[in-house]
Design a protein around this ligand. Sequence first.
Ligand code: F6P
Length: 335
Amino acid sequence: MDNLENMEQAQESAVKRIGVLTSGGDAPGMNAAIRSVVRSAYRRGIECVGIRRGWAGLINGDIFPMGGSDVSRIINRGGTVLYTARSDEFRTEAGQAKAAATCKLLGLDGIVAIGGDGTFRGARELAKHGVSVVGIPGTIDNDIGCTDYTIGFDTAANTAVECIDRLRDTMQSHERCAVAEVMGRHAGYLALQVGLAVGATAVLVPEYPFDFDEHVAEKIRRARLSGKTNYIIVVAEGAVSAVAVGERIKSELGLDPRVTILGHIQRGGAPTMKDRVMATRMGFEAVQMLAMGKTNRVICAVGERIVDRDITEALEMKKTLNPEEFVVMKAMTGV
Ligand code: F6P
């Protein structure tokens, strides 16, 4: 801690005022990240302003000063106290110029943007207008290539596991099949880990082409042959329609499945300890970057470490499902 404090004091910075915003889909832990940014800034004598409704708020100057006490008791709250939005205007050159003008008018020396890769693309464009920006990854999808972890994933995954455990109870009593859809438009991280955690009969992810016979029917048959009379099929929303899977299970296997779409339930709720800690560490690091005069950075988790990367390089990095987890999932399903 001594080293950390010395390091903080040694970094006398020209940065006097920064802004923080959340953009894109919300994720549990975003409030913990906001709190960390505000308190880390305060600790360094940097003023912080909250920007409401993401990039749209920066365009419109929808801001308010945030002091240490404004972020009391939000570390444990889901959602984002800053609200969030997806802004079409900010995708245009004119919108970005307006946002940069707001920064100039308000004397904002830097922006911390919490969100997914769309948020980081916006940050990169704003940086081209001379505004210092640092991104913090926040999305329940955990689908950002440059980082092993995105804030919100752990909470969303645990919420999905709790819900599917409940489904399992009633499926077991009635000897039924549940088809449970989890979020993930383009990515199967949630589905894969949740599927492993609930002992799913089958897991469908967007990264692999869907084959009903191999990935569902055969898995259910094998489970039945090994004595099972209830089945859980976990479907990532981007893989295939859960309703369509349910219909095929009914028409081709003669079962009477129940389809549950967990949807936005997964996006709410108190963040887990992991999300609070990761958000707090990332918020601290983001302010450190701005205070050091760095810009165009994304804060990333690499294993247990928090590092920073150039936004453009970060956006080019691709993420694939962990092949080891996928092999384990194949071995653990249909048995
Ligand atoms: O990107 C996060 C995410 O929750 C996806 O998993 C999901 O497809 C999408 O956002 C839903 O977005 P919206 O809240 O706009 O319906």
